[in-house]
Design a binder for this molecule. Structure first.
Ligand SMILES: C[S@@+](CC[C@H](N)C(=O)[O-])C[C@H]1O[C@@H](n2cnc3c(N)ncnc32)[C@H](O)[C@@H]1O
Length: 231
């Protein structure tokens, strides 16, 4: 797979062009973190630029823009882009949404105050993830934040849903569960994330694990939430 194009087209073919996973509401933890970090600055009228990597249905962008961020988004799927653009038009939200690949972000150096990855970077091969993080560093202002949500090695799907191992901690072709049909799926360790983010000051890092007990016993999901500030 060329590093110039890391986007897995299964997101277009199996998911968004079929009208699936076009999430309507922003993720609650993302809302909490963003409001905790930025509510005061937004209230004071400061102009803040936010980028979402992999905006899907535009659910998180609607929230960011409504709260007063100037927003940009990049997404590999043309169907998701068309859907999110229509949603923004309907809500009269002014935002710049681009179809593109995270490995080459079409933005100037030190442009953003905040870059959000709500479970999007994980859909890439390890070699591309390195490149994507370098791009995030490049486009963030000094003191800007990278707020990232990354699935962990403890995620129940990793060993239970029939994924094919294709690289270190990276799977494809899950036969069941949340990742079936969505293509490349990388699971992270704490050490790996900290290594990717070594140019940042880590403001917080959490590991969340949700274990289902009834009607079945298994880990439902496990993920890291990390807020990293560019030095
Ligand atoms: C799990 S979805 C998350 C969508 C959205 N962030 C949310 O929270 O609802 C991951 C998204 O990242 C996009 N994506 C993954 N890797 C990409 C890449 N290398 N370039 C562009 N888009 C990518 C996929 O198309 C998909 O929309």
């Amino acid at each position: 797979m060329s590093i110039q194009s890391s986007f897995d087209r299964k997101w277009e073919e199996n998911v968004y062009s079929q009208g699936k996973q076009l999430n309507r509401y922003p993720f609650s933890d993302l809302v909490s973190y963003v409001m905790r970090l930025y509510a005061e600055r937004l209230r004071s009228g400061e102009a803040l630029r936010a980028l979402e990597l992999g905006f899907g249905g535009g659910n998180n962008i609607v929230f960011l823009a409504t709260e007063g961020f100037e927003t940009w988004g990049i997404e590999g799927s043309p169907s998701a882009h068309a859907f999110a653009s229509a949603r923004m038009k309907e809500k009269r939200i002014n935002t710049e949404l681009t179809v593109g690949d995270f490995v080459r972000l079409p933005y100037d150096n030190e442009f953003f105050d905040l870059v959000i990855d709500r479970e999007a970077v994980y859909c890439n091969m390890p070699s591309a993830i390195k490149k994507i993080i370098r791009e995030v560093v490049r486009v963030l202002k000094k003191g800007g934040r990278f707020l990232t949500f990354m699935y962990s090695l403890e995620h129940g799907s990793r060993l239970s849903d029939g994924g094919k191992l294709i690289d270190v901690n990276t799977y494809n072709d899950f036969v069941q569960g949340n990742f079936a049909g969505t293509g490349i799926t990388h699971f992270f360790s704490e050490k790996e994330i900290l290594n990717y983010l070594k140019d940042f000051e880590i403001e917080f890092m959490k590991h969340l694990r949700v274990d289902s007990l009834i009607p079945y016993k298994r880990n439902e999901y496990a993920e890291y939430h990390t807020c990293a500030r560019k030095r």
